[in-house]
Design a binder for this molecule. Structure first.
Ligand code: AMP
Ligand code: GLY
Length: 423
């Protein structure tokens, strides 16, 4: 089969690595890809939002299957464009990707179908939002409705902070049109867990759990980022919690989308908080998590192409999804300054250290080739993943491997997986 992957971050590198293991994959392309993906795939210089060019490329190369990794093209309807041309494509259509692209939509869906989540109100008028906040309880959470690279969420301790937040999101439009509507949400406490699932429109099969670290600095300090590191499985996601979530969250969400005439096919990501009142949904994403994919896919025993084909055929219920009985940890190497300003184009060394080392992976997030040299090309640069028999060993291995790579403004958190010690 000829396969095209759309995207160019750590998640797409992990997908490309996983696809490359399949005996079904004869040739892999990735648009736009990056320096690491180039090891498995021919990178094509087309942006993820250039739908016409991507469709034309898929037709010209007679691509058998296109996998969409990123949220923006899904929200923009890339799947509908491919399907219109009779091309096979994996990901939700625009009317289903809205489960991630609009927080107001997802909150209304959960309310209507009684899926556990934080209490909330939505506003498209900043004056009404300000009026509401006057009598609200603090802390409170403000969320820009649309896609904002994981950064459109503000946790406000006081009324003053919340007023400032409304100005930032709705008036100054710091997150662009994503802030035309805003959700104001009850603040919850508990451990966070990410559960990713394959969905074929009606059946949902969950993968092993993971936990992300969203803040930039150690001790969960600093700004929200796309994710600074992950571990899998989460020791806090017990079989009892899984049973509850399957019954009250996962299947009900997929059923609700079908009921609404928006059947979901693709990867559905459940961002959960384990509160004292039980698990609740923080957010949905319509794609693999990044860097959750980097710890989940290396542990998956199935052939990813077979699972994707079952999703497209509506036969996911026949698939037995299995994961290795071990653990994985991913530490993100970022550019100093991320998620704000940072330099690009800095040469990196040490990639050869990963060659032939089973259970160690260097997934590229923001890199490119400058002649023969791999240089930094983003805030999150690499995802260093290692497996181990258990979480502690995986963490030790991952941190050891972070030392193999050097570049001038390398930054990482030193406490990824610290929660493991409390389990
Ligand atoms: P989201 O993009 O909606 O997952 O939000 C980003 C992060 O903000 C989450 O991973 C949580 O750490 C935090 N967060 C979001 N919503 C809430 C909430 N209702 N209560 C507490 N923390 C939240
Ligand atoms: N790591 C969180 C996300 O992919 O949205």
């Amino acid at each position: 089969m000829k396969i095209l992957i759309v995207g160019g971050g750590g998640r797409e590198h992990t997908i490309a690595w996983s696809v490359a293991k399949s005996p079904k994959a004869d040739k892999i392309y990735c648009a736009p890809g990056n320096a690491g993906i180039a090891e498995y795939a021919e990178c094509v210089n087309i942006g993820a939002m250039e739908f016409d060019k991507l469709v034309a490329f898929a037709k010209e190369k007679a691509i058998d299957l296109t996998i969409i990794g990123m949220d923006d093209p899904l929200a923009g309807g890339i799947v509908d464009e491919f399907e219109k041309e009779g091309l096979r494509v994996f990901g939700p259509r625009k009317n289903a990707a809205v489960i991630e692209a609009s927080k107001a939509f997802s909150k209304d869906l959960m309310k209507k179908y009684q899926i556990p989540t934080a209490a909330y109100e939505s506003f498209d008028d900043s004056a009404k939002a300000l009026e509401y906040l006057e009598q609200a309880q603090f802390p409170i959470v403000l969320k820009a409705d649309g896609l904002a690279l994981g950064k459109g969420v503000l946790i406000c301790q006081t009324l003053e902070e919340a007023k400032e937040g409304v100005r930032t999101i709705m008036q100054e439009k710091k997150f662009g049109d994503a802030g035309n509507t805003m959700v104001v949400e009850e603040f919850m406490t508990g451990r966070e867990v990410s559960v990713l699932a394959f969905v074929d429109g009606k059946t949902v099969k969950t993968m092993t759990s993971a936990q992300d670290h969203k803040r930039a600095k150690d001790g969960d300090q600093g700004l929200n980022t796309g994710g600074m590191g992950t571990f899998s499985p989460s020791p806090f996601y017990t079989p009892e919690i899984d049973e509850f979530c399957q019954k009250h969250i996962f299947q009900p969400t997929v059923d609700a989308m079908r009921q609404e005439g928006r059947p979901f096919t693709g990867i559905l990501f459940f961002g959960l908080m384990l509160t004292k009142d039980g698990p609740k949904v923080l957010e949905y994403n319509a794609r693999f998590g990044d860097p959750e994919a980097q710890v989940v896919l290396p542990r998956m025993e199935n052939d990813i192409i077979e699972v994707i084909e079952a999703c497209l055929a509506g036969t996911l219920s026949d698939v037995d999804l299995t994961f290795e009985d071990n653990a994985a940890v991913c530490v993100v190497l970022a550019s100093q300054g991320y998620p704000l300003a940072y330099e690009k184009g800095i040469p990196m060394q040490g990639f050869e250290r990963f060659k032939g080392k089973d259970g160690y992976y260097c997934f590229h997030a923001g890199t490119k080739l400058d002649g023969d040299t791999i240089v930094t090309n983003g805030g999150r640069v690499l995802g260093i993943t290692a497996k181990g028999r258990d979480l502690k060993e995986a963490r030790k291995n991952a941190y050891e491997a972070t030392e193999w790579i050097s570049f001038a403004n390398k930054y990482m958190r030193n406490d990824i997986g610290k929660a493991i010690d409390e389990a």
